[in-house]
Write a protein that binds this ligand. Sequence first.
Ligand SMILES: Nc1nc2c(ncn2[C@@H]2O[C@H](COP(=O)(O)OP(=O)(O)OP(=O)(O)O)[C@@H](O)[C@H]2O)c(=O)[nH]1
Ligand SMILES: [Mg+2]
Length: 177
Amino acid sequence: MTNNEKPLFQVKVILAGDGAVGKSSLLLWYISKEFTEAHKMTIGMDAHSKLTKVAGLGLVKIHTWDLAGQPQWASVREGFYLGSHAMALIFDVNRPETIQHLPDWVTECRRKAPGIPVLVVANKVDLPHRVPVSKIAKWAKDHQYDFIEASPKTGYNVDEMFEKLGTMGVNFVLKRR
Ligand SMILES: Nc1nc2c(ncn2[C@@H]2O[C@H](COP(=O)(O)OP(=O)(O)OP(=O)(O)O)[C@@H](O)[C@H]2O)c(=O)[nH]1
Ligand SMILES: [Mg+2]
C-alpha cells in the first residue's frame, strides 16, 4: 500500500492515558513495527498519519494524535481534542495507579469532542498483571466503551487496535452526517 492511494474516509484518533503507559510505543509499532525500551516523554503531542485497510470499509486514513500524558501538559492538550472521531484510553496492566485517571481522560476529551467513542486499551500485557484487567473490561462494557489488550513490545494486537479505532472513527463520522 502506498500513501498515494486515495482513502474513502479520514479519521482523527486520540491516544490518551497517563504518562509512560505506552501511547507513543503503540503508535511507533503501528507506524514502523519498532519498539524501544527507553521512555522518551512526549512533548505536547506527536501526530502521524497512515493509510489502513479496515475490514468492510476499505482504505481509511488514520490521523493519530499521540498526547503527552504527564499532568503538566493538561492545559496544552485541551485544543488537541477538537474534531477527533475516536479515542484510545490506555492504561498499563503493570501499574495500578494508571487506572485511576481513566474517567478523567474521558471527561477531558469529551469536553471538546462530545460523544466520541472510546476504546479502552489494557497495555503492556507482556508484563505481570497488577491491575484487575477483567474488572476494567467490565467497567468498559458498562460504559459502552470497547476494550482490547495489547503490547507494542511483542506487537500483540497493535494493528488490530488501530483498525478498531479506524472503524469506530468512521462510524462516528457517519452517525453525525
Ligand atoms: N514491557 C513493555 N514495556 C512497554 C510496552 N509499551 C511501552 N513500554 C515501555 O513503557 C515506557 C513508556 O512508553 P511510552 O510509549 O514512551 O509512554 P507514553 O504513554 O507515550 O508516555 P508520555 O509520552 O510520557 O505520556 C517505555 O520505557 C517503553 O519501552 C509494552 O508493551 N511492554
Ligand atoms: Mg508519549
